[in-house]
Ligand binder design. Structure first.
Ligand code: FDA
Length: 392
């Protein structure tokens, strides 16, 4: 009832994003899904440049970060990328592999949202709805507000699927963490992940738009993919991936010519074209604007014929191991994900249910499980949403 009395439902799902919709699709009748946004699945809509990189062919537990490196294994093994691919195919949605196992819709990310809405069947969806209050007296009692009217909802089960802090402009909030703390759960340190790194001194401004294949390494992981210079610093897949492993104050090491033996190339160039300028030779391996930039901080003067073996070795070392200390990252404003979240030590890895409060579930990005770039995060949303939905 919506006139002052309390409405009874079996399951209340907070958040109509990727995980919440998948959970509702599995949860069966008596399910109410609530979101403060005007539309469901807004992050799905903008993901993958509007084509949604919905999973990856190569989902492996090692491609996820979190306090417990084993927690996510069960859900990912029970609802796999192949299960999601089947669902997508059954709905007649065309898809293709772009690179590195990353699967995208042929047409539009909206197809995935429509598919999930269809899969949700009889589940009720309340949009533009705020959670005003939440209590627990054996069952969950939520006060919701929509269109200026308050409604009490009593639910046997509560699924928290409100995501994390990335891109507040799109409605991201820390509600899941507040609810977790309210019910005695620990929240691990959160920080932006898959995020561009910044150098506020503007040193890369002249290089803005230059892209190179690179190997970007932190102390904990290295990624061979594209790197992009921006007016604020460094971006591109290799940098975004590395950013999830990077900590403030640490250096990143960049190999500007991965897979190329620069020392050999320079020695061969010296033998064949001794009068060629070193910068000309380097521009055969690196973008010209990058060579010009590097020449401001490294000695790239002279011809190939002038180079000693020692100088060639030093140059190859400098370009293969370019050490930079970013000042920071672009933060939650542009981060694709939030690292950390609801601690997994008091959640069931089979069902995502709280060990402390029976009937309470946390799924998706709210949980301290974060994937690599390339469809890994949506797969976690599908798998954890499915696991909770099945248990409900
Ligand atoms: P999600 O954020 O999807 O949903 C949470 C829902 O809860 C939202 O609908 C929100 O409105 C609602 N909510 C939040 N606070 C609330 C509150 N206080 N009250 C009520 N409702 C509330 N991943 C991937 O695998 N492939 C990709 O291509 C991309 N691309 C991508 C691009 C961009 C720009 C971003 C920001 C992120 C991606 N991601 C991605 C990451 C992916 O979008 C993310 O991991 C999932 O959407 C997480 O799903 P959840 O359902 O957990 O949260």
């Amino acid at each position: 009832m919506e006139n002052g009395t309390t409405r009874q439902v079996r399951t209340l799902i907070l958040g109509a994003g990727a995980a919440g919709m998948m959970c509702a699709a599995q949860a069966g009748p008596g399910c109410l899904v609530v979101d403060h946004a005007k539309k469901p699945g807004e992050k799905i809509r903008i993901s993958g440049g509007g084509r949604c990189n919905f999973t990856n062919l190569d989902i492996r537990p090692e491609c996820y970060l979190g306090e417990n490196p084993h927690f996510h294994k069960s859900a990912l093994a029970r609802y796999t990328q192949w299960d999601f691919i089947s669902m997508v195919s059954e709905h007649g949605i065309g898809w293709h592999e772009k690179t590195l196992g990353q699967l995208f819709c042929d047409d539009s990310a909206r197809d995935i949202i429509e598919m999930l809405r269809a899969e949700m069947g009889p589940a009720e969806l309340w949009l533009s709805t705020q959670l005003v209050d939440l209590r627990h007296d054996g069952t969950f009692v939520a006060t919701l507000e929509r269109e200026g009217r308050r409604t009490g909802v009593r639910a046997e089960r509560l699924v928290v699927a409100t995501g994390a802090k990335s891109i507040p402009k799109m409605g991201a909030t820390g509600l899941a963490y507040d609810i977790a703390r309210q019910f005695g759960h620990r929240v691990t340190e959160t920080r932006p992940g898959l995020v561009p790194l910044t150098f506020p001194d503007g040193r890369f401004k002249p290089l803005s738009g230059v892209a190179v294949p690179a190997r970007v390494a932190t102390d904990r992981a290295a990624f061979d993919e594209g790197m992009l210079f921006t007016h604020r610093g460094l971006s591109g897949p290799a940098v975004l991936q590395a950013s999830s492993y990077w900590r403030e104050g640490e250096a990143v090491e960049i190999d500007l010519a991965p897979g190329t033996d620069l020392a050999t190339a320079l020695r061969e160039g010296r033998a064949a074209q001794g009068r060629r300028a070193l910068t000309t030779e380097l521009a055969r391996h690196l973008p010209q604007r990058l060579v010009a930039h590097l020449s401001e901080t490294m000695d790239l003067s002279g011809n190939l014929g002038d180079l000693s073996d020692a100088r060639i070795a030093a140059l190859a070392e400098a370009l293969g191991c370019w050490r930079l200390v970013p000042a920071g990252s672009e933060g939650y404003r542009t981060a694709e994900v939030t690292l950390g979240g609801v601690a997994t030590d008091t959640l069931s890895s089979q069902t995502m249910e709280s060990a402390q409060v029976p009937g309470l579930y946390f799924i998706g990005e709210a949980v301290d499980v974060t994937g690599w770039l390339g469809g890994y995060n949506f797969q976690w949303a599908w798998s954890s949403g499915w696991a909770a939905g099945q248990a409900i």
